[in-house]
Design a protein around this ligand. Structure first.
Ligand code: CA
Length: 219
């Protein structure tokens, strides 16, 4: 899944970036409201973590503009612990949820997972099909009852497909989920990681849709 982190504080930004990348999200980090608006329009993010107090343009203004343009990307706003008003304004401006600063990192991850899950139209985090069980909250995977460990890159390819079974994603869309701006993408990376997933979870889980891309069958 590809996330946009909007945070002007260097120390907080670096900590959150490390945390999210350790959780296998592809993350782009911008530090002001102007960059946030540009990035959100240019790229197709799965979620935006938006600080409200930002240089150049206020976070609320960025959010209102996104929604005015009918951009429905899930947005989690970061608000000051002591400001009820900020939370209300954030939600009214179109945020899907808020998180208080300073962050509790476990809570931050749980809220991100919940929003991604909701965006995919699923209430619970488990996908079960073809003898495979995948819990996207705990990242526990079993195949025919046996635990399976996926690599970070394999997760990055599988997760967006699992998020919406039956939906086809092109190779380019999966590549986008794999990497942030600063990483190199080798031309056959998606195929390599899909091959890895199939080896571990069976050939039927990720299906080729000829000429279009890949999908996971509906459970
Ligand atoms: Ca700030």
């Amino acid at each position: 899944m590809r996330l946009l982190l909007v945070e002007d504080d260097t120390m907080i930004g670096e900590a959150v970036l490390d945390l999210l990348r350790a959780e296998h999200y592809a993350v782009d980090w911008v530090r002001d409201g102007e960059m946030a608006a540009t990035a959100a329009q240019a790229e197709n993010y799965d979620l935006i973590l938006l600080d409200l107090g930002l240089p150049r343009r206020d976070g609320l203004e960025v959010l209102r503009e996104l929604r005015a343009r009918k951009n429905r990307v899930p947005v989690l706003v970061a608000t000051a612990r002591d400001s009820v008003q900020q939370r209300v304004q954030g939600l009214d401006a179109g945020a899907d949820d808020y998180i208080l600063k300073p962050y509790d990192l476990d809570e931050l991850l749980a809220r991100i997972r919940a929003l991604l899950r909701r965006a995919s139209g699923r209430a619970e985090p488990v996908y079960e099909h073809l003898g495979v069980s995948i819990n996207t909250a705990t990242r526990e995977v079993t195949a025919q009852g046996e635990p399976v460990v996926l690599s970070a890159r394999e997760w990055a390819v599988l997760e967006p497909l699992i998020a919406r079974p039956g939906r086809v994603l092109s190779r380019a869309q999966l590549e986008e989920k794999l990497y942030g701006w600063k990483d190199d993408v080798s031309s056959n990376a998606v195929e390599v990681y899909i091959h890895g997933v199939r080896k571990k979870l069976g050939a039927g889980l990720i299906q080729n849709v000829r000429g279009v891309g890949y999908m996971v069958p509906k459970a």
